[in-house]
Design a protein around this ligand. Structure first.
Ligand SMILES: Nc1ncnc2c1ncn2[C@@H]1O[C@H](COP(=O)(O)OP(=O)(O)OP(=O)(O)O)[C@@H](O)[C@H]1O
Length: 307
């Protein structure tokens, strides 16, 4: 079941939280929703769930506004705030209570506890004694109760230990493999890079990239070529003449933009400038993300400098 947001706008007083946000979360894929703190991820998710009203634009789940869904828990499961638990209530009772209120069969409680790895004694303990990781698992269990076709999880990796992180990656992949649409937010690109099929990058209430991991990497690499040479001054002159922009990044190391690796080699070869290790620079995903979000900040900061 697709989740579609189209031109969402939202202000809180003077703060423009969302400034025309559009993207689609497709079935069968994990879509990572990535942006710095305060960029608008939670606001977008709250609006999709009808917990907050947009000032403009619309959010649809399976083609309908959330509030008009006949069976919302079977359509979209969500975890927005894993700490929103009654401390005195046992994990299992928390889920029973939700299942009961939603008219879901109580066997679903055991099924979801099993799926999130809380089936043992943990489900019988009071939530007040849960670690953040256990609360995240319980929150995900609640999201899965209705066996929903779409899932939205806000920062589910936050607070998990390394084993928990490996576990949740596998869980997200398997939920998508079952044909569900999965939207998962994080302020850290690294949390999602091995998990997300698609990335929606948001900065200051605007979508600044809607792409796949490989596409984002190749866009960020931006045709930069790195090379080593024992004759840096000659290399700089030759490559500039050939149309490149050359920067020195060490005694014998240069980076070139505006020329690809082949053209760089051809220009140096034609002028008999010695060189070694010519390679297309590969940005890490984290670098790509920093580059994108920095540009957004500059763009936003220009008119009037109000922000
Ligand atoms: N209820 C509210 N009242 C006032 N301002 C709000 C409210 N909710 C969000 N904001 C503001 O809207 C902007 C977007 O916040 P939002 O929580 O959606 O960002 P986020 O990307 O989820 O960040 P985080 O990772 O910190 O949760 C922020 O500037 C935030 O301060």
């Amino acid at each position: 079941m697709e989740i579609e947001v189209d031109g969402l706008r939202k202000r809180y007083g003077q703060v423009s939280a969302l400034d025309g946000v559009s993207f689609t979360v497709r079935p069968g894929l994990v879509t990572g929703f990535v942006g710095p703190n305060g960029s608008g991820k939670s606001t977008t998710m709250r609006i999709i769930l009808g917990l907050d009203a947009a000032d403009g634009g619309r959010a649809l789940v399976g083609g309908r506004p959330y509030r008009s869904l006949r069976d919302p828990l079977r359509a979209v499961g969500s975890m927005l705030d894993a700490s929103a638990l009654h401390p005195g209530r046992r994990g299992r009772d928390h889920l029973r209570w939700i299942a009961n209120a939603a008219g879901l069969p109580s066997r679903r409680v055991d099924e979801v506890l099993e799926r999130v790895g809380l089936a043992g004694g943990a489900a019988k303990r009071r939530a007040g004694g849960y670690s953040l990781g256990m609360r995240q698992r319980l929150g995900i269990a609640a999201a899965l109760l209705g066996d929903p076709r779409a899932l939205m999880l806000d920062e589910p990796v936050n607070g998990l230990d390394p084993e928990g992180i490996v576990w949740i990656r596998g869980l997200l992949r398997s939920l998508a493999a079952e044909g569900r649409a999965v939207l998962v937010s994080s302020h850290l690109m690294g949390e999602l890079e091995d998990t997300a099929d698609r990335l929606v990058v948001i900065g200051r209430g605007r979508v600044i990239a809607d792409t796949s991991v490989p596409e984002l990497l190749s866009a960020a690499s931006g045709g930069r070529v790195a090379l080593r040479t024992s004759a840096p001054a000659e290399a700089m002159a030759v490559l500039s003449h050939a149309g490149g922009t050359v920067a020195s990044v060490g005694a014998d190391a240069l980076t070139v933009t505006g020329l690809d690796a082949e053209a760089t080699v051809a220009a140096l070869g034609a002028s008999q400038v010695p060189f070694a290790e010519v390679s297309a620079h590969r940005a890490t995903l984290e670098e790509a993300y920093m580059e994108l979000t920095r540009d957004a900040a500059e763009f936003q900061g220009v008119p009037g400098g109000a922000a």
